[in-house]
Design a binder for this molecule. Sequence first.
Ligand code: XIL
Length: 381
Amino acid sequence: MKLSRLFTFGVATLATAVALGTAAGAAPARAAHFQPPPDSLRALAAPIGLRIGTAVTPFDLVTADYQKIVSDQFSVVTPENEMKWQVVEPTQGTYDWSDADRLVAFAQQHGQLVRGHTLLWHNQLPDWLTTGVANGTIDNAELRDLLHKHVTDEVTHFKGKIWQWDVANEFFTDSNPSGINPNDFWISHLGTGIIADAFRWAHAADPHALLFYNDYNIGGEDGSNAKADAVYGWVQQMRGQGVPINGVGDQGHLDTQFGFPTQLTADLQRYADLGLKVAITEADVRTFVNNATDQVPTDHLATFAQPYEFSKMLQACLAVRACISFTVWGFGDGESWIPGFFTGEGYATLYDVNLAPKPAYVDFQEDLKVAAHGAQQRPRT
Ligand code: XIL
């Protein structure tokens, strides 16, 4: 579902530009005064300096209801796909920043920060790159140069506009013990040192952006905590070597069938104790549903487990002072990536398929109200 949307970007651009153009016309005056509703997630989280975020597909911003929720509820946005290499450089040497630029402009008009996602990942690479590597026309030396240019050009293009960059994404294996995956596209061609190089290149291009390592199951979601242990050891080593890494992002893709990862708070705190910021970067809590259209949980208990796990995940972030943002990977079940990627699952977000708030949303409001009186003020960034 989402995948097909990826290929409609070109067509969507004009409509998106027209619709957002209207909003943008009135924006400068409104922007300075943009006031989110007092009971919105972003307003409730503001007293402790926590940012509540969502992934956004700029194409969806043409829908008024969707746009209103993005601006009212969230104080940081992540482009769901529009800063990935496949999208920004579909043809070698020809950049297309249009959709990402549009989201950045929208964020600026609504007093939001931006998480850049993601510079170095094995997925959603341009065909010209993977084909060139596969047929030998791009050798390893050139691949390294191309990556250096990609990181430098992208970070430079958005310089000063990105709060946190997910520099490197999903490099660790899911096995026990875990480690950097030797079969990863980048590692197999360029060796493990390429991750540190990407951080150095990103830092050189925008010294003020916070640079994150981002991955899933690095908050004990694997049960054994093996992946968290491996990532912890690696970031500790990187910090020791002076690599400019500022934070660790736990994606936070949970599934009710596995229960809540009870290690999460301790794992986040352990990264924080290294002097790092932490963030939940792609939160959702999926469960089995009747169908992808209605997304009614098949197990009645899941209607309780879903908001419970979501709330516990937010509470873990609230409990760790260095946790500076909590981002959901889309806020509506109808737009979520889950039904397209996890067969039979859905109901993973804060709003239902009609964009009505679900129990998880109400629990978030309650958690944030309590936190405003108890949780520690987040560090200034
Ligand atoms: C997903 C998007 O949500 C989909 O629209 C796209 O087709 C594939 O990628 N981890 C990540 C995200 O870091 O970039 C992924 O986003 C979800 C898993």
